[in-house]
Ligand binder design. Structure first.
Ligand code: NAD
Length: 276
């Protein structure tokens, strides 16, 4: 039988300072991996590794900065040796200049009109308000960050001949289209990236998969109006958002040899909110 244990593995988690990244880092550690928690928020990453049972390192790293990513991976390799698991978890849903305020305002206006008179002429065209910097801000972290980290991890795995596992956070939004335009685009791109890289790396026995959570109870939800969260939850067949620890279970399974024949797959963990 293949193992759920991660004993002997070196795992890197990005966006590890809170939410699913924190939960994944902790579970990876509990299962036996040496863990490196990367986050742009250094104190969040430090808190994540507090009290973990095995070897653990917290590093400040902005994943959208290619040179900073290379430096961080070099530091991890010198501390723990070659990398065997990468979790591309860092992600944002909005960025300065992306027109989010205008979009949420228009959505609220449309909702109010629909509730009042069953019709609305309000257009929620996010793209009209999207500045270049806002678009790049989200794509730079959600997509470029996954590329920079995966490249650094694959270099390490290939040099050491490690049959590693790369897991990237996609989202139900990649398929449903529900969500801010740049975010939806980045998550759909993550699925393409996962499949392309899985084909490339199969001969090295490096596996590449994605996890597609649905609504999950993390601080990323803080910017979303409460009534929309309630509406979201009422449409989920399992009746609630996921907890970050529940998504971490999916991440750890893909990190472990228990998923040895999975590559290029998207593991959907969304309570049935959308069937991919
Ligand atoms: N929460 C949800 O409902 C949900 C649903 C589907 C997918 N996701 C995806 O799952 C992942 C984790 O989501 P979460 O809800 O735990 O998010 P979160 O906002 O709670 O945590 C994200 C972490 O990423 C860090 N981060 C942001 N920019 C960074 C950068 N440039 N470099 C390094 N770290 C950076 C933040 O500091 C934070 O600690 C994200 O990719 C998100 O898009 C979330």
């Amino acid at each position: 039988m293949q193992e759920l244990s991660l004993q002997g593995k070196v795992a890197v988690v990005t966006g590890a300072g809170q939410g699913m990244g924190r939960a994944s880092t902790r579970l990876l550690s509990e299962r036996g991996a040496a863990v490196a928690a990367l986050d742009v928020n250094a104190s969040g990453a430090e808190q994540t590794i507090e009290g973990l049972p095995g070897r653990a390192l917290a590093l400040a790293c902005d994943v959208s900065d290619s040179a900073a990513v290379n430096d961080a991976f070099a530091e991890i390799e010198s501390a723990f040796g070659a990398i065997s698991v990468l979790v591309n978890n860092a992600g944002i849903g909005r960025a300065p200049g992306d027109g989010s305020d205008e979009m949420y305002g228009l959505m609220a206006k449309r909702d109010a009109e629909l509730a009042e008179r069953g019709a609305s002429e309000t257009h929620v065209d996010h793209i009209v308000f999207m500045e270049d910097a806002g678009w790049r801000g989200v794509l730079g972290i959600n997509l470029d960050g996954a590329f920079y980290c995966s490249r650094a991890a694959v270099r390490s795995m290939a040099n050491a001949g490690i049959a590693g596992s790369i897991i990237s956070m996609a989202s139900t939004a990649a398929q449903s289209g529900e969500g801010p335009l740049h975010y939806v685009t980045s998550k759909a791109a993550i699925i393409g990236f996962t499949r392309g890289l899985a084909r490339e790396l199969g001969s090295r026995r490096i596996r590449v998969n994605a996890v597609a959570p649905g609504p999950t109870n993390t601080p990323i939800m803080d910017g979303i109006p409460e009534e929309w969260i309630k509406r979201m939850e009422s449409a989920i067949p399992l009746g609630r958002m996921a907890e970050p620890e529940e998504i971490a279970q999916a991440v750890c399974w893909l990190a472990s040899d228990a998923s040895i024949m999975c590559t290029g797959s998207v593991l959907v963990a969304n309570g049935g909110s959308y069937f991919l």
